[in-house]
Design a protein around this ligand. Structure first.
Ligand code: NAG
Length: 359
C-alpha cells in the first residue's frame, strides 16, 4: 500500500509537476518573448536616437566633398572695384534670389572663389567656396565684398558703403525684384546684423557671431535670423541664447543650428580641399595620432590654431605642404575642433532657412 500509495501519490505528484513544468515552460517562453520584444524596442530606440545624434553632429554632412557641385555649377565670377573695395560675383541663369556673403576678420572676397581664369589670385578656402557653390546651385546670385580693413567696421560708414554697393550692383543687373539674403561669419556676422537695419533683407544668417543686438534698435520688420554657431564657444553660446529670446520677444522668426566637432580621418583633408595631396593628408593624420594631437577616435584635442602643426611637418622628412594650401588645412583643423570657424557643414539647413523666407 505504502508502495502503491507511494507510487500513486508519486504518479499524481509527477503528473502535477509535469503540469507545473508545462506552465513554467509556457511562462518562460512568454517571458523570453517579452524580453525579446523589449530588447528589440530598446535597440530600435537607441538606433533611432543614435541617428538623431549623428545627424546633429553632422557626421554625414561634413563628408560633403569639395567636388560635390562639379556637375551642377561652373564658376565664372566677375571681379570689380567699387568704393575703394573689391567685389566678386556670379549670377546663375534665372536667379531666384541674391545672396551677400560677408567674411570674418582677415577674410577677403577672393577667399570665396576658386582660382580661375577670371580670378587668378582667388584663394578658394574650402568652407567659403562650398557656400558659394551651394548658393549658385540653389539658384542664388552670389556677391562677395571685401571689408575696407582687416575686420568689418561697425561704425556706420562701412554699412553705408556696402548698402550702396549692393544697391548699385542690383540696379545694374535689374535684379531689384529678387529677394535679398545675407550670411556673415564672425566679424561679418556682427556686420550683417547691423547692415540689416539699413538695408531690407528677406532673412539673414549669423555664423559664429551673436550679433550686435545690444546696440541696435530691433524693429518689428527685422529679418528672420538664423544663428549658426559652435556651442564649444561657451561665451557666444550664452549670448546667442539671450538674443534668441530678445528677438523672439519682438516677434522675429529665429532659428539656431549648432555645429559640433567631428573626428578627423586620414582623408578629411583630401575630401574637403581641392588639390590636396593624398600622401600629405594621410601622413599628417598618422603624425597627429603619434603625437597625441588627436584622441583615439580622431577628435582634435585643441583648436587648429593652438597646435603647432606646421612645426610638426617641418620636423618630418617626406612631408611637405604646398604653401598655398596652408590656410585651407588650417581652416579644416579649426572646423574639426569646432570652436570658431567658417563652416559649410550645415549649408543644407542654411539654404532651407533662406528658401523658407523668400517671400
Ligand atoms: C560709392 O561710389 C559711388 C560711385 O563712385 C559714389 O557715387 C557713392 O557716393 C559712393 N558711396 C559711398 C558710401 O562712399
Amino acid at each position: 500500500m505504502l508502495n502503491n500509495n507511494g507510487y500513486k501519490s508519486k504518479q499524481r505528484s509527477s503528473a502535477a509537476s509535469a503540469h507545473i513544468c508545462r506552465n513554467q515552460v509556457l511562462v518562460m517562453c512568454f517571458t523570453l518573448m517579452l524580453m525579446l520584444v523589449i530588447l528589440f524596442l530598446v535597440f530600435d530606440h537607441i538606433r533611432d536616437s543614435d541617428a538623431k545624434v549623428k545627424s546633429s553632429l553632422a557626421y554625414d554632412s561634413h563628408k560633403q566633398k569639395w567636388n560635390n557641385f562639379d556637375s551642377l555649377v561652373k564658376l565664372h565670377p566677375t571681379r570689380e572695384f567699387r568704393n575703394g573695395t573689391d567685389l566678386i560675383w556670379q549670377v546663375p541663369e534665372s536667379p531666384k534670389g541674391i545672396l551677400f556673403l560677408a567674411h570674418g576678420c582677415n577674410g577677403k572676397a577672393i577667399n570665396f572663389w576658386d582660382k580661375s581664369f577670371e580670378c587668378p589670385d582667388c584663394v578658394g578656402l574650402p568652407e567659403e567656396r562650398l557656400l558659394v557653390l551651394h548658393g549658385l546651385a540653389e539658384g542664388f546670385a552670389v556677391i562677395t565684398i571685401s571689408s575696407a580693413h582687416r575686420c568689418w567696421s561697425i561704425g556706420n560708414n562701412e554699412v553705408l558703403v556696402v548698402k550702396d554697393i549692393l544697391e548699385w550692383w542690383i540696379g545694374e543687373r535689374k535684379l531689384e525684384k529678387l529677394p535679398l539674403v545675407a550670411l556673415g561669419a564672425s566679424s561679418g556676422g556682427y556686420f550683417v546684423s547691423l547692415l540689416a537695419t539699413a538695408k531690407k533683407f528677406n532673412s539673414i544668417v549669423l555664423m559664429i557671431a551673436e550679433g550686435m543686438f545690444e546696440e541696435i534698435d530691433i524693429e518689428k520688420d527685422y529679418p528672420p535670423t538664423l544663428f549658426v554657431h559652435m556651442p564649444k564657444d561657451f561665451y557666444r553660446q550664452r549670448k546667442i541664447d539671450e538674443y534668441v529670446e530678445v528677438l523672439k520677444g519682438k516677434g522675429i522668426d529665429v532659428g539656431v543650428v549648432e555645429c559640433m566637432e567631428f573626428p578627423l580621418s586620414p582623408d578629411t583633408l583630401i575630401d574637403r580641399i581641392p588639390g590636396m595631396d593624398q600622401h600629405f593628408s594621410r601622413t599628417l593624420f598618422e603624425v597627429f595620432k603619434e603625437r597625441g594631437l588627436i584622441d583615439r577616435n580622431g577628435y582634435m584635442k585643441q583648436d587648429g590654431r593652438k597646435i603647432k602643426w606646421r612645426k610638426v611637418i617641418q620636423e618630418r622628412i617626406n612631408l611637405a605642404i604646398d604653401e598655398r594650401l596652408v590656410p585651407h588645412v588650417q581652416e579644416e583643423l579649426n572646423l574639426a575642433f569646432a570652436y570658431h570657424e567658417m563652416t559649410s557643414v550645415h549649408s543644407d539647413r542654411i539654404f532651407k532657412w533662406f528658401e523658407s523666407h523668400l517671400s
